[in-house]
Write a protein that binds this ligand. Structure first.
Ligand code: ATP
Ligand code: MG
Length: 277
């Protein structure tokens, strides 16, 4: 460790989750601000497993589109903390709930950044498994970064068959419920692409796309919608590029879904290179 945890002062709770508590913390000497995710030794084993998984992955990653880990603290009494870069605009979920609408151009920029992160992770054999607006952090520079690796997986040669029910079930792809029907060429990575597609659609329409606005989610309705329904799609009035992009993400057959690197070359993302701001 380059610093000691006593050099930081927690000044505010940023969020609670299954994985622990995240604080806004200030480095007393430099006044630099960070996010500190803490799990206590007496937390349940599931929580502790999640934070160790997250530590393992954050240690290995270095991408502008993945939240940066500056330090890791493990106290002898078993408390664990991850010091991360502070993302000062919250999550994409909180941003979308302010009621602001995202233009296609903004969405293309968001998609490009998430894909940049996913492309990096997938190339390093990491599947995130919980891509959703609440796990995508934003700062005031409009940088978007992937966070929360609590249920992620470092892939070995094969995928174990019983890993399906981790992550938020609402954003899970059809093959995670039924690999026999939807998992031709299933490799795990494509599940993140489905979740990205749902996320982009949600940011555009302003509510979770597999339910109508205000509808209460229940597990059975969701699973039926994911596995037996047509994949959700964009309403009238969007560009062909955007419509096609969402279709490429939301293929029910995981083998037909585009990869992160293919999607980075999709015209929806490429439009950002050509046009002036
Ligand atoms: P959950 O299980 O609910 O997904 P979690 O315990 O796994 O939560 P995270 O998703 O990593 O934890 O973080 C919980 C919340 O803390 C986030 O939704 C976000 O509001 C806030 N947060 C996490 N990391 C940061 C960060 N680096 N900068 C700013 N806020 C953050
Ligand atoms: Mg989370």
């Amino acid at each position: 460790n380059t610093t000691a945890i006593t050099e930081y002062e927690t000044i505010q709770v940023l969020g609670h989750g299954n994985g622990g508590t995240v604080y806004k913390a200030i480095h007393k000497k430099t006044s630099n601000v960070y996010a500190l995710k803490v799990v206590h030794a007496d937390s349940d084993p599931m929580m502790r497993r999640q934070i160790f998984r997250e530590m393992e992955i954050l240690r290995r990653t270095d991408s502008p589109s993945v939240v940066k880990c500056h330090d890791i603290f493990e106290k002898p009494d078993g408390d664990v903390a991850i010091l991360m870069e502070y993302m000062d605009a919250g999550t994409l979920d909180s941003v979308s709930k302010t009621g602001d609408v995202f233009t296609e151009r903004t969405l293309a920029d968001i998609a490009r950044q998430i894909l940049n992160g996913l492309n990096y992770l997938h190339a390093h054999k990491i599947v995130h498994r919980d891509i959703k607006p609440a796990n995508l952090l934003v700062n005031k520079k409009m940088e978007v970064k992937i966070a929360d690796f609590g249920v992620s997986k470092i892939m070995c040669r094969t995928l174990d068959a019983c890993d399906s029910y981790v992550g938020t079930c609402a954003y899970m792809s059809p093959e995670r419920f039924d690999p026999d029907s939807y998992g031709v060429n299933y490799n795990g990575y494509s599940g993140d692409i489905w979740s990205l597609g749902l996320t982009m659609l949600e940011l555009y329409v302003g509510h979770f796309p597999l339910l109508s606005a205000g509808q209460k989610p229940d597990w059975a309705t969701l699973m039926c919608a994911i596995c037996f329904g047509e994949p959700p799609s964009l309403p009238e009035g969007v560009s062909e590029e955007f419509r096609s992009f969402i279709e490429c993400c939301l293929q029910k057959d995981s083998g037909k879904r585009w990869t992160a690197s293919q999607l980075l070359s999709h015209p929806f993302c490429r439009q950002l290179e050509n046009k002036e701001l």
